[in-house]
Design a protein around this ligand. Structure first.
Ligand code: SF4
Ligand code: SF4
Length: 400
């Protein structure tokens, strides 16, 4: 097992780390983190790629000007998918990294379960289409998009196709973005030994739960995601944190501001405290968001910021879905409760109203909120006290 910083050691040594420019443990071929100019780079597990602490989310990809600024400020990793903007996200990213391909890392994703049935040839075809859109000879990390069931990670066709793509030099590393019952899926990804990287929803709500006046700190020890991240670190799997804004960039947060630090910045700092995390995929959609994100690089949470963040989490806990998938599993009527929570987040927090409505429209009739029988089983099962039925009604009102 590789040795590394504990969280406390990491926090204590940030200034020294940055002053010394790098840290290197005995077994690792590369430092865990290194500062170059304005950016701090972290080693992405066994890929050995040194990726910027903040990286670029491709859904949607930013315009050329923002993308160019991000690269100039040291961002060297983008996360996209064949489906983002119907392939245009890959095209935009391919265009922007032309001439600097060897200095920029791209992760993109495929949807094998859309093939009926999934076959190695079909998945290889998906990778080749992505390569064409990216205008590149290789993909740095090729991922299964939105794996929410064990077979999404372990299907023979997926594993066979990924092996062949690696052997042919078309992809360098493999990974998956995880949805559904996260702790179980993440454990499977780590333990099956076939993947190098995981994209996992990870944000500060992972720490606080408020229900009927009770407050639990660090409830991740219950959901086991924190444990899974520690396991990933021990097995040297690269961790990419997604859904970092936990509710989005577009919420009204003014009353929780902490001096010079905004709530979104505090959320990012909270994630970066965990040194299992290699990078945070962030939606760098405009110059303000880019500036706000990059200002957290190489910094840590102050006590005041942590307190403000917790106040914010307490106040918003009952409307914030953590995408754990529990409610969807227990609904006797097959309502897509978790998916619907996600579409509401697109609408309310991320400014993606069209995507929210389109996604809701794509659900089968029987999975829509309208078919809810109001039995309450989902709310009883939700570990976080989310007012699911109220939110389903809202979804039907604003997304249908
Ligand atoms: S209240 Fe509605 S969504 Fe929730 S479990 Fe019952 S039928 Fe499913
Ligand atoms: S509403 Fe609750 S149970 Fe359902 S996915 Fe969100 S956090 Fe999990």
């Amino acid at each position: 097992m590789r040795s590394g910083f504990s969280r406390r050691e990491f926090l204590r040594t940030i200034p020294a780390t940055l002053a010394a420019a790098s840290t290197l443990t005995a077994q690792e071929s590369k430092p865990r983190r290194v500062r170059k100019g304005e950016m701090v780079y972290r080693r992405l597990g066994r890929t050995d790629l040194m990726v910027s602490e903040i990286s670029l989310g491709g859904s949607p990809a930013p315009n050329e000007m923002i993308f160019g600024r991000a690269i100039a400020r040291g961002v060297n990793y983008a996360d996209t998918s064949e489906t983002y903007e119907k392939g245009n996200s890959e095209r935009k990213i391919g265009k922007m990294i032309k001439g600097r391909r060897d200095k920029f890392y791209v992760a993109t994703k495929c949807h094998p379960r859309r093939l009926k049935p999934p076959t190695p040839a079909g998945i290889i075809g998906m990778a080749e289409a992505s390569l064409k859109r990216l205008d590149s000879d290789y993909i740095d990390i090729y991922m299964v998009h939105g794996a929410s069931k064990p077979e999404h990670l372990t299907h023979e066709a997926v594993l066979g196709a990924f092996d062949k793509l690696k052997k042919d030099g078309k992809i360098r590393f493999t990974g998956a973005s995880l949805h559904g019952p996260l702790a179980n899926m993440a454990k499977l990804l780590v333990e099956c030994g076939r993947y190098d990287v995981m994209n996992i929803p990870y944000n500060m709500y992972s720490r606080v739960k408020v229900k009927k006046g009770e407050k639990y700190d660090d409830y991740l020890q219950r959901s086991d995601i924190e444990g899974v991240l520690a396991l990933a670190k021990a097995k040297d799997i690269g961790v990419v944190a997604m859904k970092s804004m936990a509710g989005g960039n577009f919420q009204k947060l003014d009353k929780y501001l902490t001096g010079g630090t905004t709530v979104p910045q505090a959320k990012l700092k909270w994630i970066l405290e965990n040194d299992a995390v290699g990078t945070i995929v962030s939606e760098l959609l405009n110059a303000d968001i880019l500036k706000e994100n990059l200002a957290v690089v190489g910094t840590g949470l102050t006590r005041r910021e942590r307190q403000a963040l917790y106040r914010y989490a307490e106040a918003t806990s009952s409307v914030h879905c953590r995408m754990c998938g529990t409610c969807q599993e227990v609904c006797p009527n097959g309502i897509a409760t978790t998916d619907i929570q996600r579409y509401l987040a697109y609408h309310d927090g991320y400014g993606k109203r069209t995507l929210a409505r389109r996604s809701y429209a794509a659900l089968s009739r029987s999975a829509k909120a309208l078919r809810c029988q109001n039995c309450g089983a989902c709310e009883q099962a939700c570990p976080y006290g989310v007012s699911i039925r109220q939110r389903l009604r809202r979804a039907e009102r604003i997304l249908a």
